[in-house]
Design a protein around this ligand. Structure first.
Ligand SMILES: [Zn+2]
Length: 461
């Protein structure tokens, strides 16, 4: 088992507060020109209808979703925050670049951790990985005691489905608890090196088929669905796509082509959803499970550190009736569980963290909150933890033996440590970090007994 886990790890990479007006950069204009006409038109028409509805509402009415809604959660694996709508110069995501103007878009959203195996189950549980019952291997097994979002929805009789194309999402890891079905694309293998494992089109098709089934798409008697789609193509290895814009053959160039391909199929799926009878009652969330490194800080891929390129991701929330806007306040995926529950009019019964984002989706001023990224120790790596408070970030290495302090607004590349340059700020962030450490216990791992990387003798975490 130990050898197998190490092999898996090696083979795969393993898996300011306030709002501002939108800038219309040359890059955005270029991306707009490249956008699929039909997709853009469909989205634009929908947004216009939504804007008109919002303007018709009485000015003093309490803004709220027209619920209960279906929620489709789309995770695009390894999707970095630097995208065309955020200033990236290549038009690698024509659909999403247009769509971003029609949704509530978080410009500083953070994942809970930097690998699928540490970010997805915690997001669905509304807990940090360190405090959840889990095994000690890199490809984390989650104990059945952890209550994931789909399990809560099952208690209320709502449909829950997922579509996956990576072997981590098998039932044995506990990450798909409560999804029915948790569909794995046929032919999914761990070592996804061949073009056969380009899967975005098949994931979108499988999702359409599932939503077309009366068991899921039927909205009678208050029935709603939650769908979780995990698009894998931007994950390494980066494969070339013929007939698409090409930016070269370096890893980032090929990754950009994978994003372009995924963007098209996500776009077609969303356009289709908007045309369905349930389209007007469906909220769509698009984000990533983590980012990706292309040599920054001497790293490639993801899963071992908490640098911005690894944990800062796009986050779009498209809720019928909500006005499009950008929110620059730092936010975490820890809030998604409670947000989805509120959109579906389901109460929270578990002891979870996070706060529903629904009020700010409907215009409330986003309050500042500390964001936490958490990468507990496992058999392959030491622990990392990071806190983000406004423009500042502190990363703890190992058992907090080393603290790194950055201004990630001025320096998103985290190239300049401010530990000694700003001693007062360092001390303030150290206190924030220590308060978070106290608040989030690290529980022992259970199950198989792998030796944990750098753990002091006898320690099980
Ligand atoms: Zn991933």
């Amino acid at each position: 088992m130990k050898g197998a886990a190490a092999l898996l790890a090696g083979a795969l990479c393993l898996i300011a507060s306030g709002c501002r007006a939108r800038a219309n950069s040359p890059e955005q204009a270029e991306a707009k020109a490249a956008a699929s006409a039909s997709a853009a038109l469909a989205v634009t028409a929908d947004a216009h209808a939504r804007d008109a509805a919002a303007e018709d509402a009485a000015p003093d009415a309490e803004p709220a979703p027209r619920g209960p809604l279906n929620v489709l959660l789309i995770l695009i694996d390894s999707l970095r925050y630097d995208m065309p709508w955020n200033g990236y110069s290549r038009p690698i995501a024509p659909f999403l670049t247009e769509y971003e103007k029609r949704v509530v878009s978080y410009t500083r959203a953070y994942t809970i951790s930097s690998t699928t195996a540490r970010s997805v189950a915690p997001m669905l549980a509304g807990r940090y990985p360190s405090e959840m019952r889990r095994g000690g291997y890199f490809f984390t097994q989650w104990h059945p005691d952890n209550e994931l979002l789909p399990e809560r929805l099952a208690e209320e009789g709502h449909a829950r489905f997922g579509v996956f194309a990576h072997t981590y999402f098998h039932a044995g890891t506990g990450v798909v608890q409560g999804l029915d079905p948790a569909k794995m694309l046929s032919g999914t293998v761990l070592n996804n090196l061949s073009p056969k494992h380009i899967t975005s089109e098949r994931i979108a098709l499988a999702a359409r088929k599932l939503m077309s089934k009366p068991k899921i798409g039927d909205q009678s008697e208050g029935r709603r669905f939650f769908g979780y789609l995990h698009f894998m193509d931007p994950h390494a290895p980066y494969l070339a796509h013929e007939g698409r814009p090409s930016w070269g053959n370096r890893p980032r160039d090929l990754y950009d082509q994978e994003v372009h391909f995924t963007d098209e199929h996500v776009g077609k799926l969303i356009t289709w959803i908007k045309q369905q009878p349930f389209g007007e009652d469906t909220a769509i969330i698009i984000t990533a499970d983590h980012g990706e490194s292309f040599g920054e800080h001497g790293h490639l891929k993801h899963g071992y550190e908490l640098w911005e390129e690894l944990v800062r991701v796009p986050l779009f929330i498209d809720v019928p009736g909500a006005k499009p806007r950008r929110i620059d306040t730092p936010r975490s995926h820890i809030d998604l569980r409670r947000t989805i529950l509120e959109l579906m009019n389901v109460s929270e019964t578990a002891d979870t963290r996070g706060k529903s984002l629904v009020p700010e989706l409907f215009g409330a001023e986003p309050e500042p909150r500390v964001v936490v990224c958490d990468l507990p120790r496992d058999n392959l790596q030491d622990r990392r933890r990071a806190v983000i408070d406004g423009r500042y970030k502190m990363i703890g290495i190992g058992d907090d033996r080393r603290l790194l302090y950055f201004d990630v607004v001025a320096d998103p590349g985290e190239t300049k440590r401010l530990n000694t340059e700003d001693p007062e700020g360092f001390e303030r962030m150290r206190r924030v970090y220590e308060a978070v450490d106290k608040d989030i216990p690290v529980r022992d791992v259970s199950g198989d007994d792998p030796p944990l990387f750098n753990a002091p003798a006898g320690r099980r975490w």
